[in-house]
Ligand binder design. Structure first.
Ligand code: HEM
Length: 431
């Protein structure tokens, strides 16, 4: 039976499938948007800004972190990002010499983890230096998201797991244990910063967590428990989505000879000396690279779960319908990015669709979501993406290694996209 654009998908929530409605739901001007209490416990960190239900409290929490993710802040961070990409390229060069394949999901998770942990704590998790990419850390975050639906449905399960002895949790569910270990490690690092008087002096190098501890938030917002919740959001959000993007876009570039050669040609012309990668602002202006990035955002989706928002004070209007204030309403990036009316032949990876497109096509790209709750790390993510793609594809001749389209597919919605469980990932070799 055909369905209309609005479906009541459970007793409380409406889902809307119409790209024109996205801006109304997520970013209507001056609009107040709460999250829905039902979904915010999914990662066991509901006192983070990500898990905050009311609009006003969310604003307070987010404002404390905003300066760290502005365009200027990311420009200041560029040397750190470049340094870690250089390190990654040194590893890639070693693999080129030995002919060993690299699994891009793990390699890029190492890069994004090292960037966000250095930025947050001034001590990197050291994933790039490790022969196995210290994949246990990103894996802990990825495993943690596998239980997100269970945590929403049965809110007592995760707090119970946090409270019982670790050896029991390890036996019942090793994936949950990995997430708990990650949370404990974050709490330990933040606790150390809170107790370190020298770290509280303005003269020491200020990281994101120094600033949160010393900043203007009221004392009740600076408890160890809350800051650890915030740490979990920042580190996991900083790691997972960008690594997924880089893995997915690498597959599509390499699986499409025309895309690969055109990208390489543009990079060769714009970057005569591969050892000297231009500033980010210059890379962002390269038309084909820009189109590849936009198309990469489209096919990697961002968050794949439906994202609920509530207008607590005013009804929402959709065409002839009025949605009462207080109703959880959601939309889904996958449906939006695969809408054939906006993106014809949506399964095709086609950067050309962005080259001659009217600017308004970008309005339908929602991988970062929109409005007050949209991704905080957009500038950081884009810096990582442009610098990595330009450096790797300018310097190396790359081929896929025993990788098929299925390996780049999204097979599971665990809030963030997950691949098929039996996939060996998107593997590449350097020639
Ligand atoms: C391609 C990369 C990325 C994508 C597609 C992405 C996507 C998203 C989306 C869709 C949301 C909204 C989630 C919701 O409504 O519940 C979000 C939130 C968030 N993202 Fe990202 N993200 C990316 C990279 C990053 C990076 C590098 C950081 C850096 C720390 C980051 C930090 C955050 C934070 C802190 C939030 C919560 C914001 C809030 O609740 O106000 N993200 N992201």
């Amino acid at each position: 039976m055909p369905t209309g654009p609005i479906v009541r998908i459970n007793p409380y929530e409406l889902h809307v499938r119409d790209p024109e409605f996205y801006d109304v739901l997520y970013s209507g001007p001056g609009s107040i948007r709460d999250k829905w209490y039902w979904s915010v416990d999914m990662f066991g960190n509901s006192s983070s800004m990500f898990g905050t239900v009311p609009h006003g409290l969310h604003r307070l929490r987010r404002s404390a972190l905003l300066p760290f993710f502005s365009k200027q802040a990311v420009t200041r961070l560029e040397p750190l990002i470049r340094g870690l990409i250089e390190k990654l390229c040194t590893r890639f060069e070693e693999c080129r010499k030995t002919g060993d394949p690299v699994e891009t999901g793990q390699a890029y998770a190492a890069l994004t983890t090292d960037i966000i942990t250095t930025y947050s704590f001034n001590t990197s998790y050291g994933c790039i230096d490790d022969p196995g990419w210290k994949y246990e850390w990103p894996k802990a975050m990825n495993d943690g998201s596998r239980t997100c639906h269970l945590n929403k449905q049965f809110k007592f399960v995760f707090p119970m797991m946090q409270a019982i002895p670790e050896w029991i949790v390890e036996k019942i569910d090793p994936q949950v244990m990995n997430l708990i270990k990650f949370q404990k490690d974050l709490a330990r690092q933040i606790g150390e910063l809170m107790n370190d008087k020298s770290a509280q002096s303005k003269s020491t190098q200020q990281t994101l967590f120094h600033e949160l501890i010393n900043g203007d938030l009221p004392p009740e917002e600076k408890t160890l428990e809350r800051l650890a919740d915030e740490g979990q959001t920042v580190i996991a959000a900083g790691q997972q989505t960008t690594a997924h993007f880089l893995k997915t876009v690498s597959y599509h570039i390499l699986a499409n000879e025309g895309v690969y050669s055109r990208l390489k040609a543009e990079l060769k012309e714009a970057i005569p000396n591969p050892a000297s990668i231009p500033p980010l602002a210059q890379l962002e202006r390269l038309p084909y690279l820009h189109a590849v990035v936009l198309e990469g955002h489209r096919v990697s989706y961002g968050v794949v779960s439906r994202l609920q928002r509530i207008s607590p004070d005013k009804p929402l209007r959709y065409k002839d319908w009025v949605i009462p204030a207080g109703t959880p309403v959601s939309m889904t990036s996958v449906m939006q990015h695969e809408d054939p009316n906006k993106f014809p032949n949506p399964k095709k990876f086609d950067p050309n669709r962005w080259l001659d497109a009217p600017e308004r096509l970008e309005k339908y790209l929602v991988n970062f979501s929109k409005g007050t709750r949209q991704c905080l790390g957009i500038n950081l993510a884009n810096a990582e993406i442009y610098l990595t793609l330009a450096t790797v594809f300018r310097r190396f001749n790359v081929e896929l290694y025993e990788t098929a389209a299925r390996d780049a597919e999204v097979a599971h919605d665990f809030f963030v996209p997950h691949p098929h469980a039996d996939s060996k990932g998107v593997r590449i070799v350097f020639k």
